[in-house]
Design a protein around this ligand. Sequence first.
Ligand code: ATP
Ligand code: MG
Length: 384
Amino acid sequence: MEKVLIIRYSEIYLKGKNRGFFERAFEDNLRRAVQEIDCRVDKQSGRYFVRDFNENDTDRLIEKLKKVFGAHTISVALETATDMDSIFEAAKTLSRSEGTFKVEAHRGDKSYPLTSIEIAKELGGRLLSCFHSLKVDVYKPSFTVRVDIRENGVALVFADFIEGAGGMPVGTAGKGLLLLSGGIDSPVAGHMLAKRGMNVDCLHFHSYPYTNIQAKEKVVELAKILAEYTCGTKLYTVSVTHIQEAIHEKCKPQLMITLLRRFMYRIAERHALRCGAQCLITGESLGQVASQTIEGITSSNSVVGKLPVLRPLIGFDKNEIIERSVKMGASETSILPFEDCCTVFLPDYPAIRPKLDEILKEESKLDVEGLIEEAFSTIEKIKL
Ligand code: ATP
Ligand code: MG
């Protein structure tokens, strides 16, 4: 009898001829997720197994596996021989001694001498005579013992299905560059696209020394949290201090954020093209703040010429975004109170519906190309 973890995939089932591509990516990602823990990952008839691990590592392994996109469910199981005595021994260790239960049996091996119903009856009967305070309730049991007779001559006995991360394996849907601020929204936006299989690199703009070192550390931490779900996420930072100073000196204060955003998008697109990303990703949500009105979005969008800008949160309410942030484990870091560069030189009344001709007029007072080149000279790649 060996303790194993079973991982079942979700949407990959729907794939046709190219399913192998998704399966291989999923397997690679499972391996990468558990690489720090002594264990072995293998695949058998469309399921993945983690084996040969130390009992004490079980919870840690499950926590890691729950972050691998593509997984539908995970179970902690006992793998045994298929005779009823062995199955019963395994079931006893999973059973509670009181309460209500049922047995669910499934045969992958149709040549097994008992039918699924006969297996359930036999095993249920044995458990009842072993634990006298147990009762059967097939409709609302307090726990379920599940038996799966596999084609390869082993039985898997387990109790629960742990919810997996869902989605598609990261690495199967290209790469995007996430504009990562220190707020709640952008990490969630990156997480959502990683869930659809996209690998995500991050770009953060800071205004050091106006923004402090803790603000940067916070973003590094957020990128690390995101990286637990992706493969090989990189974080780049760029200083926009001189850009903000130039806008502050020469342009109308109420257009500070609008103009800054246009610089950010331009720099992001150029960097994305250099690092092989195929789109930009932002955490914008319609109407959430002044720069996220449709006019604000149009203004920043219009400087991006070659790549699509994906905004997975565009129709989400703040509380829906917060829920996702909590679920991905980023909320506690996101709410730390360190200043973002957008709050430096913040005008009392930012323009809510900025007009393009006014924006262009203000922008013409700036050496846009020179400022962008200078900003690029500050780029840093941060080790996560
Ligand atoms: P959060 O900060 O995560 O997104 P927010 O409500 O503060 O949420 P804004 O500050 O309006 O949003 O920014 C909109 C989007 O622009 C962000 O979701 C992010 O993708 C990008 N962005 C804003 N500030 C920065 C920054 N300092 N570095 C990188 N990207 C940024
Ligand atoms: Mg922000």
